[in-house]
Design a protein around this ligand. Structure first.
Ligand code: ADP
Ligand code: ADP
Length: 223
């Protein structure tokens, strides 16, 4: 279980991006829905250890993520908004490089792990192709392969479907739903369809505050 307590982030300016966020994120798929500027990316960066909050607490199964980000890194997978740097590497080389950076080790060897992860996201056929030749959906799937390495308890996914066409989006939804069986997947998006399709529950964030925690059916009834 991921818990956020009174999370505040003030950027120089000052701009208050988070105004005291309290949230309990259960296992499975959970959404964070809000318009641009609401504070979603700020929250995701704090969770992934890229940004320190001004104040507040984040814990994963009781471990303090703010004070001990290193202890949590192995339990965390992150798919950033735009995935697909290193366009001249092949998919398998890029994945291997990212696993090495992350310090992932595998009893079966990294090469075998890379092959397994590519299989998991249906990219075996494109393992040797350069990432620049991948479609948007294929890049996002490679991003999921990277996030799955080390079998983390929590995967956070930041605006994953923005550049995808409807068919790629459906395919990506199916993959996310599959990987959420075994862990917590926190999906941040401004696209209502994303949470409606995927998230039994989701938080609505506006101007740095959680203004509702709801389900797709409750939200529909309220409209
Ligand atoms: P979202 O991801 O929901 O679009 P963000 O977390 O990116 O929201 O932004 C929340 C607020 O914080 C916005 O007002 C944005 O302009 C501001 N902001 C984001 N990053 C910075 C930064 N590095 N410096 C100053 N203000 C920022
Ligand atoms: P996206 O998630 O972007 O829709 P696709 O899996 O559809 O990605 O892949 C894009 C291209 O690769 C398409 O032309 C598709 O037909 C082809 N493709 C997808 N899966 C395979 C496969 N297992 N073997 C060969 N080609 C494939």
């Amino acid at each position: 279980m991921l818990s956020l307590r009174n999370l505040v982030k003030v950027y120089p300016g000052p701009v208050t991006a988070l105004r005291g966020v309290d949230l309990e994120v259960p296992r499975g798929m959970f959404g964070l829905l809000g318009p641009n500027g609401a504070g979603k990316s700020t929250l995701m960066k704090i969770l992934s250890g890229l940004l320190e909050p001004t104040s507040g607490e984040v814990t994963l199964d009781g471990m303090d993520l703010v004070r001990h980000p290193e202890a949590l890194r192995p339990h965390l997978g992150y798919l950033p908004q735009e995935f697909g740097f290193y366009p001249y590497l092949s998919g398998q080389d890029m994945l291997r490089y990212l696993l090495e950076l992350k310090g992932v080790t595998a009893p079966q060897g990294l090469k075998a792990l890379v092959a397994q992860l590519l299989e998991r996201v249906n990219l075996t056929f494109a393992a040797k192709r350069k990432v620049k030749e991948y479609s948007g959906g294929m890049r996002q799937r490679l991003g999921i392969a990277q996030a799955l390495a080390g079998n983390p308890k929590l995967i956070i996914v930041d605006e994953p479907t923005a550049g995808l066409d409807p068919e790629e989006r459906q395919r990506f939804y199916r993959l996310l739903a599959e990987i959420a069986h075994e862990r917590t997947v926190l999906l941040s998006t401004h696209i209502v369809e994303d949470v409606a399709m995927l998230c039994p529950r989701f938080a609505v964030i506006r101007q740095g505050r959680v203004v509702a925690i709801t389900s797709p059916s409750e939200a529909k009834a309220a409209l």
